[in-house]
Design a protein around this ligand. Structure first.
Ligand SMILES: Cc1cc2nc3c(=O)[nH]c(=O)nc-3n(C[C@H](O)[C@H](O)[C@H](O)COP(=O)(O)O)c2cc1C
Length: 201
């Protein structure tokens, strides 16, 4: 079974409307939030992926372009990549869709820990410094890292709500992952995050 019904004509995946119901109370989600490092290979449904991406860094105020996670100066410099067995995709929040980046399984390139190669989904948070025009070079990485962290926490809470396992990751060979994703000179990998159903502890 595959998560992604890819339209090979357009290289795009239209995501279903995000729905977070039924959902649990914030207090319960906070009690359940934790990191997990063992994942079953079972694919996630497109419905779950859709809701997760929206929760992570979707558009919650289309009239102003506002997002579910804050960002310094509202630069919105983080692009969220979904690295799945079917390929790597960039999330486009305005259309709530995925654009195909590479039709290859790049999961093993998303981190240095063994489980990343088999987790059904690895999110990668990529900062595009060209969207941070006024940031001093010394500050750019801190601010982009903080912005990526806000998205990661949204995903943690989403996972706690729907009973998925997740771990945010900084242990990444950034050169290797940048090359695999074909990132440009102004783009930097900030963090990655594995998601799936919990495997053995
Ligand atoms: C910025 C950041 C980077 C992290 N990098 C990794 C990582 O590369 N690999 C990993 O297994 N866990 C990573 N973690 C998860 C932490 O190890 C984890 O949050 C911590 O041990 C506390 O456990 P908890 O999340 O279950 O409360 C990272 C967490 C943060 C916030």
């Amino acid at each position: 079974m595959s998560t992604i019904p890819l339209n090979l004509q357009t290289d795009a995946v239209e995501l279903p409307a995000p729905s977070l119901s039924p959902s649990i109370a914030l207090e319960q989600a906070l009690k359940k939030r934790r990191s997990w490092r063992s994942f079953l290979p079972d694919p996630l449904s497109l419905k779950l992926l859709s809701a997760m991406l929206w929760a992570g860094f979707g558009m919650n105020r289309p009239e102003t372009g506002g997002r579910t996670a804050p960002s310094a100066h509202n630069w919105q410099e983080i692009d969220v990549y979904a690295v799945l067995p079917e390929g790597a995709f960039r999330y486009e929040p305005r259309g709530h869709r995925l654009a195909l980046v590479k039709a290859e399984d790049l999961r093993k390139d998303t981190g240095t820990q063994d489980f990343v190669a088999t987790a059904p989904l690895n999110l990668v948070y990529v900062a595009n410094f060209s969207r941070m025009p006024d940031a001093r070079p010394a500050e750019r990485e801190f601010l982009a890292g903080a912005d990526a962290g806000c998205i990661a926490q949204n995903v943690y809470l989403f996972c706690a709500c729907v009973g998925l396992a997740t771990v945010v990751r900084g242990l990444i060979d950034r050169q290797r992952l940048s090359a695999a994703l074909g990132l440009g000179p102004t783009e930097r990998v900030a963090l990655a995050q594995s998601v799936g159903r919990a495997g053995a502890a």
